[in-house]
Ligand binder design. Structure first.
Ligand code: PMP
Length: 428
């Protein structure tokens, strides 16, 4: 039964049983309407109500300021790798054009010849357009590769590559003083929690903090695997995005929290084409999605409903909102890391202590159980026998990964910590 299993998979992840039970009923007959929720129109009042209350509850739980918009999109975290590039390059081009026209100091009514403007803009794009990436793990690496694919290598600046400070492997965040940030990049992108490598930023980077001027960096963060687990200074970010399938809900919706000032009209597609820049698909256009309250096209309201139920449960459980959840998330992570640290002969924690993720705890089982190197397999089998499942590391890095998302109970984390200790003792 569900009660006998604690699933530590990296995503899709566990959802609270009570949420699933309510959702299951809604799937057949939503609120006695005689129709299941996945059958109701996304244009119905029911749908709008569900969408708006999920937005409200998310804003409440994370204290999202009023000058931010919340969007529900499709295409997953990977879709956002592309969307962030398209949208923020658009913003860069629009702002650069505005600046250029200002610099020209045109008299009232005077128009700058179109071909001259194009020439100047082309020069700006060729010489100045950069997108900065902090590459600290496989997901930010993938995002940077997508930017290169869409815009060309010449526009992508890897401002920091964590492998260079950690023997060619991910596991550490390079010192901020070594980051090679561009001048006025279209965005500085990073992944707050690297799900595969178990690397989490300890907090918002000091060097990116806004000072309140026009030159403040446009900061974009992928928070797919640690959103809702700790307080974040939303006002420091231009865009925060996350897929639902780890801490928020079921796979199928992706959330974007975006500063409203970035939703201004994008440059004309014809201008972008003339400048050799790609024009993004309309379904990834933040302005279009915002204008339509996330209902530009058919959205899975059932998935929004599940996310909304998770948020309601969080708000009920934690009167102090995300701070309450953060205390428990920290406690669970500490428990598991402490158990691993107690037996350094048996386990090696993969990332450096300074960048350890509270959400994805990655480690190797290092001793040789029964004389052959099958210790990780033995470890996993023993865990599964006790109902502790989903602990196998990502196929690209191997090892063990305990994903300690919000829905892992304190009891589940305690059970895992105990098993980690028992296993080390038993096979000595
Ligand atoms: N970013 C992070 C941090 C992730 O963990 C994942 C998926 N595990 C993605 C992006 C990609 O998400 P999706 O599979 O929804 O495209």
């Amino acid at each position: 039964t569900r009660d006998q299993v604690t699933y530590f998979g990296a995503g899709p992840a566990l959802l609270p049983t009570s949420v699933l039970e309510t959702a299951a009923k809604s799937l057949v007959n939503y609120n006695d309407t005689g129709l299941g929720l996945a059958e109701h129109s996304h244009r119905s009042e029911i749908a709008t109500g569900i969408l708006n209350s999920a937005k409200e509850d998310l804003a409440k739980y994370l204290d999202v300021p009023d000058d931010y918009e919340i969007l529900f999109m499709q295409g997953g975290g990977s879709g956002e790798f592309s969307a962030t590039v398209y949208n923020l390059v658009n913003v860069w081009v629009a702002r650069r054009k505005e600046k250029l026209l200002k610099e020209l100091n045109l008299a009232e009514g005077e128009e700058f010849p179109e071909d001259e403007l194009l020439k100047e803009m082309q020069k700006a794009v060729d010489e100045e357009l950069k997108i900065d990436y902090l590459v600290t793990g496989s997901w930010s690496l993938k995002a940077s590769q997508e930017a290169s694919r869409l815009m060309g290598f010449e526009h992508v600046n890897v401002a920091a590559d964590a492998r260079q400070v950690n023997d060619g492997k991910f596991g550490k965040i390079p010192e901020e003083s070594t980051w090679k940030l561009s001048k006025n990049p279209a965005m500085v992108y990073y992944c707050d929690n690297e799900t595969v490598d178990g690397v989490e930023f300890p907090g918002f980077p000091k060097i990116l903090e806004p000072k309140g001027g026009d030159d403040d960096p446009i900061v974009v963060a992928d928070m797919s695997s640690n959103i809702l687990s700790r307080r974040i200074p939303v006002k420091n970010f231009s865009v925060i995005f996350f897929g639902a399938q780890k801490n928020l809900g079921s796979t199928g919706v992706t959330v974007v929290i975006i500063k409203k000032s970035l939703l201004a009209a994008p440059p004309a597609p014809a201008l972008l084409r003339k400048l050799g820049l790609s024009v993004g698909p309309i379904v990834l256009d933040y302005g279009t999605i915002a204008k339509n309250n996330s209902l530009y096209n058919t959205l899975s309201i059932f998935d929004v409903y599940i996310a909304g139920q998770v948020l309601k449960k969080l708000l009920e459980t934690f009167p102090d909102k995300v701070d309450g959840q953060q205390k428990i998330a920290d406690k669970k992570a500490k428990l598991i890391y402490a158990a691993l640290e107690k037996y350094p002969d048996s386990y090696k924690i993969v990332p450096d202590k300074s960048a350890r993720s509270r959400m994805n705890i990655c480690f190797r089982v290092t001793h040789l159980a029964s004389g052959i190197d099958d210790s990780e397999r033995t470890f996993l089998k023993g865990a599964t026998d006790q109902g502790l499942t989903g602990l196998k590391g990502h196929r690209s890095v191997g090892g063990i990964r305990a994903s300690n998302y919000n829905s892992i109970s304190l009891k589940g984390a305690e059970q895992l910590a105990k098993y980690i200790e028992k296993y080390a003792q038993g096979s000595k």
